[in-house]
Design a protein around this ligand. Structure first.
Ligand SMILES: COc1ccc(OC)c(-c2cc(C(C)=O)n3cccnc23)c1
Length: 121
């Protein structure tokens, strides 16, 4: 039988990976999948001091850099607030960020995390 290679060292990393998968489903256009470049968003790196995106968050999970869910929640909030700072309210990016932040906080609610934990145990 094929050896099931564990992609993560700890169950906590597996939990964070599942949370990220659920969050990314809320970003069907992949606007938040990779870092925003100055090429697609002029002046971005001058305006946004703490860029964040899902690929960076995935790297942090793999490197076991998150000690708590709160830290992942913080990066999600930074990522969405960046988009709501750089982009005007009428843009698709601002609206996508607002929606992602709202649905992300629901996914990260204690009840949802408890259910997810049970599915991993
Ligand atoms: C139109 O297709 C893409 C593809 C990838 C993007 O970011 C990774 C973006 C994108 C993502 C953003 C954000 C998140 O602010 N953005 C702002 C201005 C112009 N483009 C973007 C758009």
């Amino acid at each position: 039988p094929l050896l099931k290679v564990e992609e993560y060292q700890t169950p906590f990393q597996e939990l964070l990976h599942q949370v990220l998968r659920q969050l990314q489903r809320k970003d069907p256009n992949a606007f938040f999948s990779f870092p925003v470049t100055d090429f697609i968003a002029p002046g971005y790196t001058m305006i946004i001091k703490h860029p964040m995106d899902f690929s960076t968050m995935k790297e942090r999970v793999k490197k076991n850099e998150y000690q708590s869910l709160e830290e992942l929640k913080g990066d999600l909030r930074t990522m969405c607030e960046n988009a709501m700072t750089y982009n005007r309210p009428e843009t698709i990016y601002y609206k996508a960020a607002k929606k992602l932040l709202h649905s992300g906080m629901k996914i990260l609610s204690p009840e949802r995390i408890q259910t997810l934990k049970q599915s991993i145990d």
